[in-house]
Ligand binder design. Structure first.
Ligand SMILES: [Zn+2]
Length: 283
């Protein structure tokens, strides 16, 4: 093997999600102004992608495009260059309401291409809705992040890419540790990585997210295996068993330390945009 420069690691911060409430951790940002402040701290700590959900004033999830618009405007002002990734996940709405924010032309959006179980219900992603979300993303030049809750989702992304239904090489995120979905299993993780490289090429970037206490495990595995990493209060509200994470930035700092341990430089937003093949920042 020839010596090569270590690849920069993109850190994504999932700031809010649909599930955690202030009663779980008061640092979970709920209002748009709290979300902007929390993201700016995480950006300054090293995150280059902000994965976003929005909430109503009573903390319940919503897909309200007006809230997403206000959040995106604030991030463009306070975190210039940071990649804005909006969730089209099913906890925040039903049917086509899940994609109502895509016309805001965020840099990226999450796209789950198949169904699976969640802790208390079915996560429904029927083929016609997936096809509609993907077509809206093409219309508005939004790069999807494929949320792989199962091996079949990686193969479905390959079929969609071959049919020109996705922009560019799919960027797959493995999600592990959701109750009733794929557990945290090292052999499966390694097979996911092999499968991404076999289907999309040895240079294809990929990412991994672990839920709850598994967040740090998946950070370790992904960073040491050459992938990209996701952290944030959406997936995990604790630093350890006894300690609540004081902020999204604190979780980003922990991920930066893991990058240092494995000699991976942390990607700047420019490097992250280049790695993911995103359109340039609008003037
Ligand atoms: Zn999410």
């Amino acid at each position: 093997m020839t010596a090569s420069q270590p690849k920069p690691c993109i850190i994504c911060v999932a700031i809010t999600g649909s599930v955690p409430r202030k009663s779980d951790n008061p640092a979970v940002p709920i209002s748009v102004s709290e979300q902007i402040e929390s993201t700016q701290e995480a950006f300054e700590a090293g995150a280059s992608i902000a994965h976003l959900h929005v909430r109503n004033d009573d903390e319940t999830p919503t897909s309200d495009p007006d809230k997403f618009a206000a959040l995106q405007d604030g991030l463009k002002k306070h975190c210039p260059g940071m990649i804005v990734q909006m969730s089209t996940g099913g906890r925040s709405g039903a049917g086509q309401a899940r994609g109502g924010m895509l016309q805001l032309r965020p840099d990226m959006a999450s796209l789950t291409v198949g169904s699976n179980n969640f802790p208390t219900r079915v996560y429904e992603n029927p083929p016609d809705l997936v096809a509609w979300l993907a077509s809206e993303m093409r219309t508005y030049e939004v790069k999807p992040e494929i949320e792989a809750f199962d091996l079949s989702h990686i193969f479905r992304a390959k079929e969609m890419a071959d049919a020109q239904e996705l922009l560019g090489t799919p960027y797959v995120q493995f999600v592990m540790g959701v109750k009733n979905a794929m557990p945290v299993d090292r052999l499966v993780f390694d097979f996911y990585v092999q499968t991404v490289h076999r289907l999309f090429g040895s240079d294809a970037p990929w990412c991994a997210a672990g839920i709850g206490r598994h967040q740090i495990t998946l950070n370790e595995w992904a960073i040491s295996a050459g992938g990209h990493a996701r952290t944030g209060l959406e997936d995990n509200v604790r630093l350890d068993r006894e300690t609540l994470a004081p902020s999204n930035a604190a979780l980003v700092e922990r991920t930066v330390e893991i990058c240092e341990k494995h000699a991976r430089p942390v990607a700047t937003w420019r490097q992250a945009r280049d790695i993911l093949g995103l359109r340039p920042v609008a003037a």
